[in-house]
Design a protein around this ligand. Structure first.
Ligand code: HEM
Length: 520
């Protein structure tokens, strides 16, 4: 018995000593990590033990904190999230290096361990290296003008719905929260253009497509710190139903896609949606040689290693990227649509010009692919809303090798964060930055400013693949909303909007309220 107690005690001792040593080692390692920027001569705010600068960043609001640090430390500085070093860059010439000139070193984003499980893991946003290059080269032609035109019937149906919905709102005389209308529009467009499903979210908010789509955005933020410290846990937790993104809703979309793929492989009906384009691509083989629009065509930089010469994407890659249509396309599109309409309501002289343009180019017809392409002033209004409220308010990259960035050495694996929101409002790049002024986006004004002062869709080979589609559908939606109706501010409007970023989404704290009136 005595021997047993002794051996138990010694086992306990060994365990305790082991755990304590591990903790001490982990603490020592993280403290060493917190000296990275000091050693490289990169300035930055002082990190705190364990949490680095993460607490300062989240408590001060992402955007305001970047402004403050920018003033204090300049256009290149380092922070720790929580103990991983990240370089914040808002020097526009250096951004040209990151996005374009030295793209070979900066083609990856930071690892998104939170989505590191099937079916999400093969999506473009988080793929890396040659796997990303391969999938991007296969997907880019899907967003060419020719292919976008194929999606038009689905978008047309949603546009007509939007017209009916705005009319009904106007006739009710009640104020309208624009994010609600824009969100419904974006959801219905994705349902139609990506999955070939007909959904009318505003009138049927309980449609499972909408319920599960929205649920993907109710992310489990409490998991973030755990996954930041133990990133390898994501795939295991997802198996028991715990993940950053709802497993239940992910499964809903997987079932929708599995069923659609099965049906479509059997019948010969003609579908015109993203899923069908992907399926056709699988039959036709290598898509990378197809025509692509200039803004998203970087073919020469997407050459992959020999292992990535498969003829076509597999089902996992197809499903992951149909899903990302929803995750990357829903919130972004509805934010830009709602913020643009709200700014037009608050700036009647801009609204009048936009309406005049719609009268001239669209008249009384339904706006279509061709007429939407001619709405250049509307485009400027949209760009100005994105300057002030960019949905992607920060963009990130990761250094693939040790590399020089200006006078600094950036180490392999180090993260780069580009604070778009603060660049878009930087008084050094923009006069009266808080003012809504679409004239900043005329071709003449654009030619005079640094191209990297405005980047709502990112830049270079890893820019937003859905840019053309987003621009098209937003132009069509706004043209429809202002063709016969005039949005005006109402008692509930708070202008300029104040954004609240408790998590990672651009949300107007007081909503974006307007009234719609019939046009005189
Ligand atoms: C106004 C709407 C949109 C905005 C403002 C926006 C913005 C962005 C930004 C800032 C990025 C990061 C670019 C970079 O890292 O350089 C991005 C990437 C991406 N966006 Fe969009 N986006 C929009 C709509 C869409 C839509 C409709 C889709 C639908 C397919 C989409 C799909 C993607 C994908 C897949 C990526 C990752 C591309 C890659 O890594 O190769 N986006 N977007």
């Amino acid at each position: 018995m005595a021997v047993d107690i002794m051996s138990w005690l010694s086992l306990t001792n060994v365990l305790v000593v082991g755990v304590v040593s591990l903790l001490v080692y982990w603490f020592w390692r993280s403290q060493q990590g917190l000296k990275t920027f000091e050693k490289l001569g990169i300035p930055g705010p002082r990190p705190m033990y364990v949490v680095g600068n993460a607490r300062q960043l989240s408590s001060g609001g992402f955007c305001d904190k970047f402004f403050e640090w920018n003033k204090e430390f300049g256009r290149v500085y380092g922070i720790y999230l929580p103990n991983t070093p990240a370089v914040i860059v808002s020097d526009l010439d250096l951004l040209r290096d990151v996005f374009v000139k030295k793209f070979g070193y900066f083609h990856n984003r930071m690892p998104q361990k939170i989505m590191d499980f099937k079916p999400w893991k093969d999506n473009l946003l988080q793929l890396r290296d040659d796997h990303w290059k391969y999938v991007r080269s296969q997907l880019s032609p899907t967003f060419s003008s020719g292919k976008l035109k194929k999606m038009m019937p689905a978008i047309d149906r949603v546009i007509k719905n939007l017209d009916r919905n705005v009319k009904a709102k106007m006739e009710s005389g009640e104020p309208v929260e624009l994010k609600e209308v824009a969100g419904a529009f974006a959801m219905d467009t994705i349902a139609g253009a990506a999955f070939g499903m007909q959904v009318d979210t505003l009138n049927n908010p309980k449609d499972p497509f909408n319920v599960n789509g929205l649920n993907l955005f109710n992310q489990n933020f409490w998991l973030l710190p755990i996954l930041l410290i133990f990133p390898g846990l994501a795939p295991f937790l997802s198996k028991i139903g715990i993940s950053f993104i709802s497993v239940h809703s992910t499964n809903f979309f997987m079932d929708v896609m599995d069923m659609a793929l099965k049906e479509r492989r059997l019948d010969k009906k003609n579908y015109n949606d993203f899923l069908q384009l992907l399926l056709d691509g699988q039959k036709e083989g290598d898509q990378s040689k197809g025509p692509v629009d200039a803004e998203i065509d970087f073919t020469s930089q997407l050459q992959t290693a020999k292992d990535w010469n498969r003829d076509s994407m597999n089902d996992d890659e197809m499903k992951a990227n149909a899903l990302i249509f929803l995750l990357a396309g829903y919130d972004t599109t509805s934010i830009v649509l709602s913020f643009t309409l709200f700014h037009l309501a608050a700036n009647p002289e801009c609204l009048q010009k936009a309406q005049q343009e719609v009268d001239e180019k669209v008249g009384n017809d339904t706006v279509n692919y061709e007429s939407a392409g001619e709405l250049t002033y509307l485009d400027m209004c949209m760009n100005e809303a994105m300057r002030l409220f960019p949905p992607g308010f920060m963009i990130d990259r990761e250094a693939d090798e040790d590399v020089e960035l200006g006078k600094y050495q950036v180490k392999k694996g180090m993260r780069m964060i580009i604070p778009c929101y603060s660049i878009h409002r930087d008084p050094e790049y923009w006069t009266e930055p808080e003012k809504y002024d679409p004239e900043r986006h005329t071709p003449e004004a654009k030619a005079k400013r640094h191209p990297f002062a405005f980047m709502p869709f990112g830049f270079g080979p890893r820019n937003c693949i859905g840019m053309r589609l987003a621009q098209l559908e937003i132009r069509m939606a706004i043209a429809t909303a202002i063709q016969h109706y005039t949005p005006v501010l109402c008692e509930k409007s708070v202008y300029p909007p104040v954004v609240e970023m408790p998590q990672t989404r651009m949300v107007a704290k007081d909503g974006l309220w307007v009234n719609f009136k019939p046009r005189e």
